[in-house]
Design a protein around this ligand. Sequence first.
Ligand code: ADP
Ligand code: MG
Length: 289
Amino acid sequence: MIQVLGSSAYTGELRSPQSRGISPLFRGKISVGEASLRCYIKPMPDTVKLGKQVVENREVLSEALGYTLAKAANYAVPDAAGIIMLKREQIPESVLEHLNAITPGGLQQDYLAWFSQDMQHPSLLKRHIDDAPDFLKDLQLKRLAVRLAAHPETPAIVTFDEWTENSDRNLGNLLESADGKLTLIDHGRLFRLPIWQAATLSTSGLPLSNVIRELVDACTPHWSNKTPTKAARAMAYNSLAGTWRKDGQAAARQVLEEFLDSSDVTHVIAFLESRLEPAHYNKVVGLLI
Ligand SMILES: Nc1ncnc2c1ncn2[C@@H]1O[C@H](COP(=O)(O)OP(=O)(O)O)[C@@H](O)[C@H]1O
Ligand SMILES: [Mg+2]
């Protein structure tokens, strides 16, 4: 379950993040029940520019839905996460500057923000690439891709991203704990891009890539076509279908209903469900029976 909090739950800024992606981001303390949690916080504009048009920004919903689906399917995600409404004056100045540059029509009075508890382990990007000397970065990337080809969690992660059309599972969006386990963060690009429309999910034509699968295939040729990978991916889909039926669907519906009308909720649920049909996923993973 995700938290949905008012601005009074925000209790102050923390040291700024050591690594960041492309979004306005800061660290701060948020009260959740009795606890005061150290969190990464991403405020998001209500709308974004698409050519000359201004369209609804679905990034907060994408984050909430991706987190909910991943958690229901037993993937590792930050222990606590959710949506918080922030007043402009609660947002650090440097983050406001960034928001000002990307908010159509100038700064909003308040922002919906996605927050996730600081898991205190680095992303694969930070740990293996960013911290390596420049001349070693390419080599490190190849080494990491080869390690991911043999990592027991990779087939399931690639499969989750394929199911939810996450086009942005870059190495900054997987956190690695000391024992090598991977935690999923950042679902802002679910359904390809945050400008998705519920009724046209299957025909949107928005660009799509499966970043981890492409990286691994580039360094371990035919990885995704090898029988053990295909079998592991089919098993991952089968398990996604099971947890979807058990409580994933109900949890997803609850999140979607916060943002969408009932016919759009139905479209999204039907899209996700259709991709969990064995006839669909066996074909996708390359297991033709
Ligand atoms: N809950 C978290 N715990 C630990 N690190 C995090 C967490 N959330 C974000 N980060 C760090 O911040 C970086 C940027 O966050 P992310 O959500 O991926 O934003 P962006 O949309 O800019 O890619 C991540 O690559 C990661 O290093
Ligand atoms: Mg990211």
